[in-house]
Structures are given as structure tokens and as C-alpha cells.
Design a protein around this ligand. Structure first.
Ligand code: 13P
Ligand code: SF4
Length: 303
């Protein structure tokens, strides 16, 4: 394995590549990466480098976002079949139908959607800035939030705005049960619960902190507490333990596992750098439309 890691580093230098890993990726992939973080911040970090090649260790929609922000760079997705269970192929057709039926509505799409959906949206948001994005919209605009119904209901609670919530959801978060969380809380009664807003509302009521993946990591780093219950995908335990070696973390459920996020391997990264495939190229017309929704989000203070 050490040999392979060394070969990847050599090839990375030759290719002038930057390796990005989402914090749900396996530990050895996060350890190898130049940048780790949440899905949108990684694309921004890659855009700010002068690398010629982006190797995105994550899922397809993330690599698409990287390509939208950095069209001049080659974007590689080593795990070519890494998709997302939050939506399927029907999402685009449904969004097209809504766009036609309600042309004046403001469609807010979670950054965790395909490029084609971003292109049909008015603005994007992340799990970290969703509330600010909604607050920035004119009071008289009808708001449709997609695809994650749990994140939508969270921002609706936070902003008290009349939001039409889509019914999609991330099964990794939405399937966390109250029984599982209650059992872990019983075992660790002093540990605050840090939860991703993709979890269901009745679970969120149990949380001491609600935020996106890096919000959870930062909260644990800055907190005076020494143990935490973590309600998001288990890959995040790696940065938590790295950054807080003296603190203890308990996963809310061993079922909080995204198999798509575990499809990247060192071998696939090496092959991607060697062959410069599989590439993610968002067609230019679509890219420009999707970029508008991302740039509108970036103009909002705090992102
Ligand atoms: P963030 O890292 O943006 O919070 O997204 C969570 C997620 O489910 C990514 O697949
Ligand atoms: Fe999709 Fe959920 Fe996996 Fe993220 S954790 S890639 S939203 S299924």
C-alpha cells in the first residue's frame, strides 16, 4: 500500500493534479488527499488552485460541481459508478415539469444534485448555508426546495417561510431511527448529539447541534465537551478523531453508511491519474446555466 501511495504522489506531481476527498470517504483516501471537506467547499478549493487536473474522491454530483467551477481543468471521478441514493433519474423530469408549471416560483436546489437540476434552479444552497439562502429570497416569491425534504423542513422551521418541500431524502440520514438514537443516548447520557440536517425532524428535536459535515467537525473541535454522539455518515469519524484525538465519538447508528462514498480505492485513483479517465465533463450550455445558480449562492454573505 505504501508503494501505491508513493506512486500516486509521483503521478500526481507529473500531472499537476490536486486530490480532493469528501469526509465520508474511507480513511486511507482522506489521508492521501490534498484537501478534505464538505462537497461544495472542495470544489471551491480546487478552483482556487492552479492544478491542471482535479481528482474528486466522492460521488458524481460533487465532481460535476468541481467541473462547473473549473471547466479549464480536467476533472476525474475515480469511482465512475459512485452515484447518490437521494435522487434517481426521475428527478430531472419532475423538476422540468415544475419549472414549466410554475415559471415564477423560486427553485432552490441543494448543491447535492446533478448539474442538470442546478441548471433548472434559481439558486443553490449547501447544508451549511441553506437558511441564509432562503432568508435572502424576496418574501413574495414562492419557494420550492429540492430534493431533500428533511433539509427543506429544517430551513422551513428556521426561517418560518412557506416553503414547498420536495419529498426526496438521503437514506443514510433519513433511515436513522429514534430507537437507535435513544439507545446510544442511554449508553452515553452526557454526550451532546451532533446531527446533519438531512435527518428526520423528530430526530432533529434530540440534537444539541445541527449542521453540515464540516460544521459538525468544527463544533466538536471548539466544544469544551469531551464526548459526542455523531448523527451523520460514519466517514466523518476520521477527521473527528484526527482533529480531536483526546475526545470520544459514538456513531448514532452503524447503519449510517453510504456505500457510494466507499467506492473509491487507491487503485482507482492511480488508474485515473494514469489514464486521465473517467472524466466528468458538464456540457458547456448546461455548465453555464448551473454555474449561475452556484454563483447566486456564492454572492450571499457567509458562504
Ligand atoms: P455535506 O458534506 O455538504 O454536508 O453533504 C452531506 C452529504 O450527504 C454529501 O453526500
Ligand atoms: Fe447521497 Fe446521502 Fe450518500 Fe450523500 S450520504 S452521497 S446524500 S446517499
Amino acid at each position: 500500500m505504501e508503494d501505491l501511495v508513493e506512486k500516486i504522489h509521483q503521478l500526481k506531481r507529473q500531472r499537476r493534479a490536486v486530490i480532493l476527498a469528501h469526509v465520508y470517504e474511507p480513511p486511507e483516501i482522506q489521508e492521501l488527499a490534498d484537501f478534505t471537506g464538505d462537497s461544495f467547499a472542495l470544489s471551491q478549493q480546487a478552483a482556487a488552485t492552479d492544478a491542471q487536473v482535479i481528482v474528486f474522491c466522492g460521488v458524481r454530483f460533487m465532481a460535476e460541481t468541481a467541473n462547473i467551477l473549473s471547466p479549464e481543468k480536467i476533472t476525474l471521478l475515480p469511482a465512475a459508478d459512485a452515484g447518490c441514493q437521494m435522487f434517481d433519474d426521475r428527478l430531472l423530469a419532475e423538476v422540468q415539469r415544475v419549472r414549466q408549471a410554475q415559471p415564477d416560483a423560486c427553485i432552490v436546489s441543494y448543491v447535492n444534485t446533478p448539474a442538470a437540476v442546478k441548471a433548472l434552479s434559481d439558486i443553490c444552497c449547501t447544508s451549511a448555508n441553506a437558511t441564509e439562502v432562503i432568508r435572502s429570497l424576496p418574501e413574495d416569491r414562492e419557494i420550492i426546495f429540492l430534493p431533500d425534504g428533511n433539509l427543506a423542513s429544517y430551513v422551513k422551521e428556521q426561517t418560518a417561510r412557506p416553503i414547498h418541500c420536495w419529498s426526496g431524502g438521503c437514506p443514510v440520514h433519513a433511515n436513522l431511527s429514534l430507537q437507535e438514537l435513544t439507545a446510544v443516548r442511554r449508553m452515553h447520557p452526557a454526550a451532546p448529539v451532533l446531527m446533519h440536517p438531512e435527518c428526520r425532524p423528530e430526530l432533529r428535536q434530540q440534537a444539541d447541534y445541527i449542521g453540515g459535515t464540516m460544521g459538525i467537525v468544527r463544533y466538536a473541535q471548539q466544544s469544551a465537551e469531551t464526548e459526542f454522539i455523531i448523527a451523520t455518515e460514519q466517514g466523518v469519524l476520521y477527521p473527528l478523531q484526527e482533529r480531536c484525538p483526546d475526545k470520544k465519538f459514538y456513531l448514532a447508528s452503524p447503519r449510517m453508511l453510504c456505500l457510494n462514498m466507499k467506492k473509491t480505492s487507491l487503485e482507482k485513483i492511480y488508474t485515473a491519474l494514469d489514464t486521465l479517465e473517467p472524466r466528468i465533463i458538464v456540457p458547456e450550455k448546461l455548465r453555464k446555466q448551473a454555474a449561475k445558480s452556484l454563483h447566486r449562492m456564492m454572492e450571499i454573505k457567509g458562504r
